[in-house]
Design a binder for this molecule. Structure first.
Ligand SMILES: [Zn+2]
Length: 265
């Protein structure tokens, strides 16, 4: 499955689970959705030909080569239930080390960058979005350690589900070599997953706007003044840079930060 479709699945399912677990009158579900969207790119860090490896330039290629050879190749150890557990522990450990906000900022930037495949004019803002998101997370601390690690594990598992729906399948029970597959989308990069990905993204964005219109006022309670102020500013920044005119204005000095080619993984 292509990176942007993995990210769209992570955002949609992550946001849905976030609403179910945290409630619709919160902004926590957005954090769950954003974290799951970025985490849904992590398993393909086993190949240089992936959205996530390209996000880190030559360091990404170097790391992807290392991870790929450790994992036994593409769609091997990284695409297993064992890897879901390891990533959960890694992010739980990250909280003990006090780097959760950095982890969240990176995931947000990765998700944004991958989803920019659906919104071309916004692709250059991923570093800015990640930095703002990381600062926001550090200040408001909407999810505890378990919450963030679970959101990441969910996003990671959503990637495995996405690949399971393509003809390559995934070795869920690695180190057993047998691959599970339910190839309703056929080969990776096919028309089926492209329609699915963009449809899911549009539905999620419309849902987000409806939520923004209806629920932001109820997020603002006297006891949450600073939180809601930050929530408002964060969402307003996203709103601002969603405006293509602002995008062009900002783009002048941020243009060289990115150059993204479509990736199949
Ligand atoms: Zn994959």
């Amino acid at each position: 499955m292509m990176g942007k479709n993995h990210a769209a699945m992570g955002l949609a399912i992550g946001s849905g689970v976030g609403v179910l677990v945290c409630g619709v009158n919160t902004v926590e579900w957005l954090v769950v959705g954003a974290a799951a969207s970025g985490a849904a790119l992590l398993p393909d860090f086993d190949t240089t030909d992936s959205t996530i490896a390209s996000a880190f330039g030559f360091i990404g290629s170097w790391a992807a080569n290392k991870i790929g050879s450790l994992a036994g190749g593409h769609r091997k150890a990284t695409h297993s239930l064992l890897a879901v557990g390891l990533v959960f522990l890694l992010f739980l450990g990250g909280d003990l080390l006090g780097v959760s906000a950095i982890f969240f900022g990176i995931l947000l930037a990765l998700g944004w960058r991958a989803l920019s495949g659906f919104m071309w004019g916004l692709r250059r803002f991923y570093i800015l979005v990640g930095v703002l998101g990381g600062i926001y997370f550090a200040h408001v601390r909407l999810l505890n350690a378990w919450g963030l690690a679970l959101a990441v594990a969910l996003g990671y598992a959503i990637h495995l589900l996405g690949d399971l729906l393509t003809s390559g399948g995934v070795p869920l029970l690695w180190p057993k070599p047998r691959r599970e597959a339910l190839p309703i989308f056929g080969n990776t990069g096919g028309i089926g997953e492209s329609i699915f990905g963009i449809g899911l993204f549009i539905v999620t964005v419309i849902g987000g706007f409806i939520w923004y219109g209806h629920h932001i006022p109820s997020v603002v309670t006297p006891t949450q003044v600073h939180q809601s102020a930050l929530a408002h500013s964060g969402l307003y920044v996203v709103h601002l840079i969603s405006n293509i005119e602002h995008a062009k204005w900002f783009g002048g000095w941020l243009r060289d930060l990115t150059s993204i080619k479509p990736k199949l993984k």
